[in-house]
Design a protein around this ligand. Structure first.
Ligand code: DX5
Ligand code: ZN
Length: 219
């Protein structure tokens, strides 16, 4: 299981320290939420902040674009430092082309699915994917409640992916209590914002998520 703290719930005025704490605690990748105020109602950060983060950490940057027309921005975000670049299928009618652009730009390609989107939309791009992000909340804000239909979606996605080497990431409302069931359903990346950066000790929260997911898997 990979643990991917989402900086959305960190103190943006002390981002460097927040990142250092989760990196020291063994986080596997850093999840960065980019919102444009159009595809989702909220607005966050863009390429300059990602460039600064890139210089501060060795962790792979898992950049989640919640923006309209994401294909126009692929090169910019890969240049800024994205290792994984994830776009929303709902924002992207020419998905196959957008995914090729991401790989050509030198990053790993990801697609995010909103809670109402069926995993079968990916049926004809399965070989173009390095990561699928299952949204277990409607994107836009941290701290929302987990929508349990994500479990079945993850199981269906796993069946669809077969033996392909694709990460299955889950984002939204991930906490110690659902980490185990998510691991059993087939998730391989847990994205967690408020349950990590809202905790008094974010490092301990990373370790607790990992333990919960691993205990469940070996049970
Ligand atoms: C929500 C973002 C998430 C967010 C999750 O739109 O995509 O990455 O940070 O936050 P929590 O873990 O608090 O639900
Ligand atoms: Zn996210």
């Amino acid at each position: 299981m990979r643990i991917a703290p989402s900086i959305l719930s960190a103190d943006f005025a002390a981002l460097g320290e927040a990142i250092a704490r989760v990196e020291a605690a063994g986080a596997d990748q850093l999840h960065i939420d980019v919102m444009d105020g159009h595809f989702v109602p909220n607005l966050t950060i863009g390429p300059p902040v990602i460039e600064s983060i890139r210089k501060r950490t060795r962790l792979p940057l898992d950049v989640h674009l919640m923006i309209e027309e994401p294909e126009r921005w692929v090169e910019t975000y890969v240049k800024a430092g994205a290792d994984y670049l994830t776009i929303h299928v709902e924002a992207c009618p020419h998905l196959e082309r957008a995914l090729s652009l991401i790989r050509e730009a030198g990053a790993k390609s990801g697609v995010a699915l909103n809670p109402a989107t069926a995993p079968e939309v990916l049926e004809y791009v399965l070989d173009d994917l390095d990561l699928v992000l299952v949204m277990s909340v409607n994107p836009g804000f941290g701290g929302q409640s987990f929508i349990p239909t994500a479990y079945e979606k993850i199981r269906r996605l796993r069946a669809l992916l077969g033996s392909r080497d694709v990460l299955v990431s889950v984002d939204g409302g991930v906490k110690v209590d659902n980490a185990g069931p998510l691991a059993r359903a087939g998730a391989t990346v847990l994205v967690a914002g408020s349950s990590v950066f809202g905790a008094s000790d974010p490092g301990a929260a990373v370790a607790a998520l990992r333990r919960a997911s691993e205990v469940a898997k070996s049970a």
